[in-house]
Design a protein around this ligand. Structure first.
Ligand code: AMP
Length: 397
């Protein structure tokens, strides 16, 4: 079975082709386009390139296309990417304006360009479907709640990958298996022995998720991907009263406030330097106080959320770092874990320096809490779930 995973931004289209055969899963081709104006044209080019390179004999050779859709109004999970999905994406286009219109358009274009392939959407919110209601509800009037204003959570494919892979690395095949089957069979009963993981996805976009035996119990991102930790140039959490205050006192309207908070906020807003942590770090090393403050605020946010989940889960077996910063930045990892010896987390400074871009353990051998670096693999999660979705619907006849 061949599954193409498409990963879209407002003007970018990345793809990866996977093959699943008799228990073997492999990535066989990938590519992408930037500054896309016409999604239909690049989808044609992508399919043509895969045929020319011999990865697809013909279009009939493509069994499915999986989409890492962000969030939909009244819809989540791993589902057929049909008109219902397009309507759900359109219904929340204001919440994820960089992604929802692009995914809706790509689904339409794939339907036209590859009519024989099944189209499957895996919503980023899927991983949070079993989160306790108390962790997802905002203290808003009921009419706001009914309009869909609640904590959905994002980076679901990434945190799911971390849930499964960390369980494998920590020798908990029961939990890994639970995570693997979760979207098809539901999470079932928790194992007798819990596995409590704090997953830190730290990149251009960041979130921290508490995972109890494979199931998310809370996450730092809320209603939109503009929430939680300070993001690269997006605001992160903000007191709800700040927006009406800014509108009244800064002479801007709501859409300008929205633009500023989603383009000029986050680490870029605090530092005034850049939205890339490498530049901010260089400026901080050179004595720039705002750059140093941006890093401190980022670390403070991570520690606050990680500490909250440790308390919620009654302890922690492992903290995992992933994504661009989590995988490559030992300074941030050290700052997040600093002073936690009394709680049972001790880093191995040498291992922490060494592990960059690969998988590894960075806690000391005698540390009761493990610290792991795991490169995330969101495309693989989408491909696996798409494959399972097809297998399941084949069995269901
Ligand atoms: P992502 O969105 O996961 O691609 O992560 C982007 C962030 O990761 C940027 O803020 C970079 O500072 C950071 N990053 C990516 N690669 C590296 C690297 N090799 N060394 C240090 N930081 C990196």
């Amino acid at each position: 079975m061949k599954v193409l995973v498409s990963n879209l931004g407002s003007t970018s289209f990345k793809y990866r082709l996977f093959r699943f055969d008799d228990g073997v899963e492999e990535s066989i081709a990938d590519g992408g386009y930037e500054r896309v104006i016409d999604f239909g044209a690049v989808i044609e080019q992508c399919l043509e390139a895969l045929r020319e390179q011999g990865h697809l004999q013909s279009l009939e050779d493509l069994d499915a296309v999986g989409f890492k859709t962000v969030l939909g109004k009244d819809l989540s999970g791993c589902v057929e990417a049909d008109d219902r999905v397009i309507a759900a994406l359109e219904g929340f286009r204001d919440v994820a304006p960089a992604h929802n219109p692009a995914y809706a358009e790509a689904i339409r274009q794939f339907r036209r360009a590859a009519p024989g392939a099944r189209l499957v959407a895996l919503f980023e919110t899927s991983f949070y479907r079993w989160m306790p209601e108390a962790a997802g509800i905002y203290a808003v009037p009921r009419s706001w709640h009914d309009a869909g204003i609640r904590r959905y959570g994002f980076h679901g494919a990434s945190h799911k990958y971390i849930a499964e892979r960390s369980a494998e690395l920590l020798d908990r095949p029961d939990v890994a298996d639970r995570v693997r089957r979760m979207y098809v069979d539901g999470p079932g009963n928790p194992p007798e022995k819990p596995l409590r993981v704090v997953s830190c996805h730290l990149g251009g976009s960041s979130s921290v998720t508490g995972i109890a035996s494979g199931v998310a119990i809370g996450t730092s991102m809320g209603f939109s991907p503009q929430s939680g930790l300070p993001q690269n140039n997006r605001v992160g959490d903000l007191d709800a009263m700040a927006v009406p205050f800014a509108v009244k006192h800064l002479g801007i309207d709501v859409s300008e406030a929205e633009r500023q908070l989603s383009k000029e906020g986050g680490l870029a807003g605090i530092s005034g330097v850049s939205n890339d942590l490498r530049d901010i770090k260089a400026a901080a090393t050179g004595g720039d106080a705002r750059a140093a403050l941006a890093i401190d605020a980022f670390v403070h946010g991570i520690r606050q959320w990680a500490g909250g989940f440790l308390w919620q889960m009654g302890g922690c077996d492992a903290v995992v770092f992933t994504a661009g910063i989590g995988e490559n930045n030992p300074d941030i990892r050290e700052a997040v874990c600093r002073g936690m010896e009394g709680v049972g987390l001790r880093l191995d400074p040498h291992a922490n320096e060494e592990v960059r871009g690969g998988e590894g353990t960075i806690s000391a051998a005698d540390s009761p809490i493990s610290a792991l670096v795991i490169p995330t693999n969101e495309e693989l999660v989408v491909a696996r779930e798409t494959h399972r979705f097809l297998e399941q619907s084949r069995i269901a006849g």
